[in-house]
Design a protein around this ligand. Structure first.
Ligand SMILES: N[C@@H]1[C@@H](O)[C@H](O)[C@@H](COP(=O)(O)O)O[C@@H]1O
Length: 261
């Protein structure tokens, strides 16, 4: 695992956007098939999306040959609701870039048959040959996508009941009342994320410090599903200084040193 420690949120966001841009551009030089990109929601990736939109407008990258798969979506929240992940993605990214509509995949949390929706999502990912780069965030309890604590590391796309912690954390988008946050979500599984050829996680702010500690220094355990990343051959976390507050000084220095080499 690589850990890149950036001074602040903005520099973390620029780094993440450049990472994605480089991967897309390198891929397009070598292959005709589309680049398959997994994408997150939440406040962590907003700065990265801002930078990606800027890069598209400046001609530094194009999403014409990119296929996207989002990580998750609430169950039962209308797509047009301002806090649905459909709305979020269009507001922050898709409405401002050149990604063909048919290349965008977001789980439908209002499908008649939710189990089929999840199974079809896995098949769609497979039909494109898997995900090249999965970008993600982490919940304060160390969840990746909506894989709450104790989700199986072999889990695939499915319905999850959200924990009280997550509903409290996400209530800031629902007028502050956790009861207004949907109870369930569709989410890619831990194994769906870990099957990606590369995983890039964004982690910022002091409230993520314990999750970052669990991701980097903690044991691999289902209580902190992000810890599965320790077994990934190409797992990268980019964080800001505030998120490092729970790391050992030696761990912090080690990752700083190798970055400077
Ligand atoms: N399902 C999403 C996760 O994918 C995201 O990583 C997490 C952190 O969100 P934020 O970046 O807002 O802290 O929130 C939600 O629970």
């Amino acid at each position: 695992m690589r850990l890149l420690i950036k001074p602040d949120y903005d520099r973390m966001s620029v780094y993440a956007a450049d990472y994605v841009i480089n991967r897309i551009n390198e891929h397009n030089k070598r292959y005709d098939r589309p680049f398959v990109l997994g994408l997150p929601t939440g406040s962590s990736p907003i700065g990265m999306y801002r930078e990606l939109v800027k890069a598209v407008s400046e001609g530094r990258v194009s999403f014409r040959n990119v296929v996207t798969f989002n990580m998750d979506e609430y169950v039962g929240l209308p797509e047009e609701h301002s806090e649905s992940y459909h709305s979020f993605m269009h507001r922050h990214l898709f409405d401002h870039i050149d990604c063909p509509k048919e290349n965008i995949h977001i789980l439908n949390g209002n499908a008649d048959d939710l189990m089929k929706e999840c199974a079809d999502y896995e098949k769609a990912i497979e039909s494109y040959g898997g995900i090249d780069l999965f970008v993600g965030g982490i919940g304060p309890d160390g969840h990746i996508a909506f894989n709450e604590p104790y989700s199986s590391f072999s889990s695939r796309t499915r319905i999850k009941t959200l924990t009280k912690d997550t509903r409290i954390a996400n209530s800031r988008f629902f007028g502050g009342n956790p009861d207004d946050v949907p109870q369930c979500a569709l989410t890619v599984g831990v194994a769906t994320v870990m099957d990606a050829r590369e995983v890039l996680i964004l982690c910022n702010g002091h409230n993520k410090a314990r999750a970052l500690y669990a991701a980097v220094e903690g044991p691999i355990c289902q209580a902190w599903t992000i810890s599965a990343l320790q077994n990934h051959p190409r797992g990268v976390i980019v964080c800001d200084e505030n998120a490092t507050d729970e790391l050992k000084v030696s761990t912090y220095r080690y990752f700083k040193d190798i970055e400077n080499l």
